[in-house]
Design a protein. Sequence first.
Length: 242
Amino acid sequence: MSLAHHIRALGKEDLPQRIVVDGRTYRRRELFKHDSVAAVGFYECEGDRVVLKSYRRAPLFGLPTAWAGRLMAAHEAAVMQQLEGIERVPRLRARLDRTSIVRDYVPGEPLTDRSKVGPQFFAEFFELLGKFHARGVAYVDLEKAANILLTPDGHPCLFDFQVAFFVPDHCLGRTRLVSAVRELLQEVDVYHARKHRRRLVGERLSEEEVAQSRRRPWLVAVANALDRPFKKLRRWLRGKGS
């Protein structure tokens, strides 16, 4: 097996050309990615579009990793079930196997610093984030604007929940530690949302809103300080490679 096959989530395998969901056969139209964590592809059946995400199940240099894939798939499925019914959150459609989930496909483009958004975009986004938080979920992965989807009709959408923080009550109960961690991570969610709003529509904000967007939670400050030496190393390596 080549080095690439050892690293890929499915090893030598690839996502299937066809999958069956609720008795209907969907054909693969596009492979979005296949990295060390998961393979993700877009499927269609008579205009109905879904996304298959298969987490890691291939051994990593002989070490079993399917257990991790099962945990990640179960976690993401649990988060999606917790958020079920919230507008602009894709539905969980099926669990094809213990390492795979199928969800609704959501058209759109990743948000960038050059995206043009309407005046209601961030009001809708904060409302969406508030609904997540009200259900005990922290999204966690909002540092990059690209993790927010801008739909063709100009609305925000969140769709990838593999690192979201959610602990069902039946697992650990309502412990103070779980509540404290969740609240801290939700605070970080809000910070990153405010940061993206400032960068995209800063001219529409008041001075207080701009100042508020620059107040970093202590967890973000610590993470940035720890990452700073690695950023310098990465820049140095890029310079050596040029």
